[in-house]
Each structure stands twice: as structure tokens, then as C-alpha cells.
Design a binder for this molecule. Structure first.
Ligand SMILES: [Zn+2]
Ligand SMILES: [Zn+2]
Length: 351
């Protein structure tokens, strides 16, 4: 079989590998669709603390496929079932896992990070993933491409639910990538009063606005804080979500929060980056600043429901598809920042 293998910062090669063999408590999955995430690009550029020096890894944690083989001891799951999965697997016994926060487990494993993921034709679902509830059967109404994109929506939903968004809220989305698009789609699905998106490229801003923005702010042309205050008649926004790894977005998010506003720092910053905060504003305005990373199994289940019920069409963010032979080119394309989501179809040689 073919696998796109990460071999250290800047190096991914398309390799011929033995099809994995499963143990009695494992499942073999034939991967049908695997989307490239910002995290994959971050690992490609600079590695990851869970990928050791000299280790090789198949990346890809936003995926969907079919069950090709089921270990002798595995109950319930059958060959031919269509599946997708929550990539972060908790240890099952820490304080976070006991609260259902598998994504916050300090001792986690994750497909495509600490164990091989979806940018290959076949992959192994480990016992901890199977018995931990990470596998989901794909509803009949959803195709593999859609199912693979439930994962990034689940990560957005994690931040979204913590921000307690209501239809009265004015929401600000800072950034114009796929995550920003998913937050706009959540804003539309929840019927928020106003959804403002901020970006620095006019064409990109126009494209992204189609996913549910009521207003756009071109940060290359206007002062973001002034413009957001103008667009909200001086009130500011109730919820601000930062979707790019730029410290100034966090500063802008905090500056435009209305009373009782909530800011969620979805995108991490480069290690060591510090941002000043006005704690008096937090105090007197009753603000909440929060962060989120990954998604719990519950976040994923709820996101799956938003997709299955038709509230959110995650495929709106899918702009580019590549076959397995072009997996390395897919990475290069995703790195270029053109388009939103790039998908690899491991069973297709080329598309
Ligand atoms: Zn991801
Ligand atoms: Zn744990």
C-alpha cells in the first residue's frame, strides 16, 4: 500500500509499505478520505513533541473510511461498516479523562500525531481508540468526505459551546481559513444577530463571507477595532474567536469585547509569545477569556448531529482534492494558503 510518511521537518515522502496487520483487539481501516489540518502543516514545518527525533509518522487525523478487518476479540464492529473517528485518545484514568475530556488528557495518543493516521491507504484503530469510544459509524446520509470534516467542526464546536453563544449575540471571527469558515457556519446555524469576519486579503474575505458573515472587515484597509465598533454601533461584540496564530488578533479580540463578552483563543501562538491583557477591563466588564484545543468525544458526537441534521454543510470548506500519488503535492498546496480545506483520497491514484 501507499503511505505519505513524515520524516522530520519539511520532509514527507510517498512510500510503499506493507499493509498493516492487526492484533485481536484492533481494527483495520481502509481510509477513503483524509483532510489536511493546520496541525498537520505545523508538524510538517516544525515537528511535534509527540513525534520523537528520528521517528517517522503518517500524519492525518481528519479521516473517514471502511472497516476492512476486525480483530477476533473486538465486539460490535463489522467488516464493511463506514467509520470516522475522534483522533485524540485519552489514557482513560486521569482527572481529565474522568471528566470526559479526552482531548485534555496529558498522556494522550492521537492518530496522525503519536500514532499513524490517515494519509495512507490502510490504518490500524488501536484498542484504546476502539474501547474508548473514538470510532463513529458514519450515518448513511453522509459521504466519506463530509465525515472526514466532522473532526475540525468538532474542534470549533468545543470552543463554541464554551462561549455560550446565543441568537442575541454579535460574533467576531478573526481569520479567513477553514476554521474561520466553520465558525461562520456555526454562527449562521445558531442564527446569531451579527457575524463579522476580519481578514487582510479582499478576495479571501469575499470568499469566506459567503459561509455566513453579515459584515467583513479588511484589516489591510481599516483599523480593526474602530471598524468593529462602528459596525456594532459602539457596542462591541459578545463573542470573539481568533482563528490565526497572530498575537494582534488576540489583542483586537479583547479590545472589542462588549460587557459580559467572551473571547476564545482558538489558534495557538508561537511558543513563548506573550500578549498583554487589561485585567481591569475583564473585572469591570465581566469578560471571559478562554482557550480550547481539540475536541472531546461528546463535542464530536454533537458536531456529527449538526452535520447529519443538515444544520451545517462542512463540505462548504472543501476546495481541493488530491489522489494518493499526489499526496506530497497536496501538502505543498495546503502550505501555499490557497483554497480552504485540502483533502487526500487515499484510494484514488490521482483525481
Ligand atoms: Zn485538525
Ligand atoms: Zn487521560
Amino acid at each position: 500500500m501507499k503511505a505519505a510518511v513524515f520524516k522530520g521537518p519539511g520532509v514527507i515522502t510517498l512510500d510503499e509499505r506493507e499493509e498493516p496487520r492487526i492484533e485481536d483487539n484492533e481494527i483495520l481501516i481502509q481510509v477513503r478520505a483524509a483532510a489536511i489540518c493546520g496541525t498537520d502543516l505545523k508538524i510538517f514545518r516544525g515537528g511535534h513533541y509527540r513525534v520523537g527525533q528520528g521517528d517517522v509518522r503518517v500524519l492525518g487525523h481528519e479521516l473517514a473510511g471502511d472497516i476492512a478487518e476486525v480483530g477476533a476479540n473486538v465486539p460490535y464492529w463489522k467488516v464493511g461498516q463506514r467509520v470516522c473517528m475522534v483522533p485524540n485518545i485519552g489514557c482513560g484514568h486521569c482527572d481529565m479523562c474522568r471528566r470526559g475530556l479526552n482531548n485534555m488528557c496529558p498522556d494522550y495518543d492521537a492518530f496522525g500525531i503519536s500514532i499513524d493516521g490517515g494519509f495512507q491507504q490502510f490504518m490500524v484503530a488501536t484498542p484504546a481508540a476502539i474501547y474508548g469510544g473514538n470510532l463513529f459509524e458514519i450515518p448513511d446520509s453522509l459521504d466519506y468526505e463530509t465525515a472526514s470534516l466532522v473532526e475540525p467542526l468538532a474542534c470549533c464546536f468545543n470552543a463554541w459551546k464554551d462561549a455560550d453563544v446565543t441568537p442575541e449575540d454579535r460574533v467576531l471571527v478573526l481569520g479567513t481559513g477553514p476554521i474561520a469558515a466553520l465558525f461562520l457556519m456555526l454562527s449562521r446555524a445558531y442564527g446569531v444577530r451579527q457575524a463579522i469576519v476580519v481578514g487582510r486579503r479582499a478576495t479571501r474575505l469575499r470568499e469566506i463571507a459567503a459561509h455566513g458573515a453579515t459584515d467583513t472587515v479588511d484589516s489591510s484597509q481599516v483599523d480593526v477595532v474602530d471598524e468593529v465598533m462602528r459596525l456594532t454601533a459602539g457596542r462591541g461584540v459578545d463573542v470573539a474567536l481568533t482563528c490565526a496564530p497572530a498575537p494582534e488578533l488576540q489583542v483586537q479580540a479583547m479590545a472589542v469585547l462588549a460587557r459580559y463578552g467572551r473571547a476564545s483563543f482558538f489558534s495557538g501562538l508561537n511558543k513563548g509569545t506573550k500578549v498583554e491583557i487589561d485585567t481591569n477591563k475583564i473585572h469591570y466588564s465581566g469578560l471571559r477569556l478562554m482557550g480550547s484545543t481539540g475536541a472531546s468525544i461528546q463535542d464530536y458526537a454533537r458536531s456529527m448531529q449538526l452535520v447529519e441534521s443538515g444544520q451545517i454543510n462542512v463540505k462548504e470548506v472543501l476546495t481541493d482534492r488530491f489522489g494518493m500519488n499526489d499526496a506530497v503535492a497536496a501538502f505543498k498546496h495546503a502550505l501555499s494558503g490557497n483554497g480552504l480545506k485540502t483533502l487526500i483520497l487515499p484510494q484514488a491514484e490521482t483525481v
